[in-house]
Design a protein. Sequence first.
Length: 224
Amino acid sequence: MGQKESTRAILVIATLAVCGWAMAAAHAQTGLDAGGLTFKDFGTADNGASFNRADPMTSGVPNQASSRVLSVSNSERVARVRFDSIRIEVSLPLGWQANEDWERGVAYSGDRNYRLIVWRVDFAFEGVKDAEHYAATKTGAIKSRRPAVETQARKLADGTFVIAYERVAPGQGDRGPRSVFDLVISNPGNPKEGVLVTLGVPASDAERGLKLMALVKEKIKIDW
């Protein structure tokens, strides 16, 4: 799947969620804040067993493989996972699973209510100048495809962008409305390159989801 198709896939994934932007904007103006939560509030103390568990829903999917677990802290209920295909490391709650293909990393909670996707973005290839232009273009594209969806982007103090979406119907398999947050990170050495992190959660967990995104952002490591 080419990057243009990848972008379309991102747009589809992004429309699987709904959130109240007023809450998100309050955090985004000064940066993302975990509000005192840690990975303990999201994980289960299973010593990382979930990351070795086969997932029947992804078995046999072409070019897909389990991601590499670098470390596990049962006391902190967090695992360090590397998506080798995109050269990015993230911290994830224990009890989750993670896999990847040649263009993205995917992680999700045991019940699949929380879902995280990490992509590389070539802004020039997407026809935009930089992360800010990408955020504006993406919100406009979502609004065009789904007129009922409300979208808004905010720039954080460190130059990254948070995008939130609201009033979107749940996707297939979801039991109710969902909330989504996009984090757009620009390469500090090349503004034409970036990374997109998308986190979708149940709408009722919107505030917790934003705090989890703050934890992910704080610990992400990108090999530029």
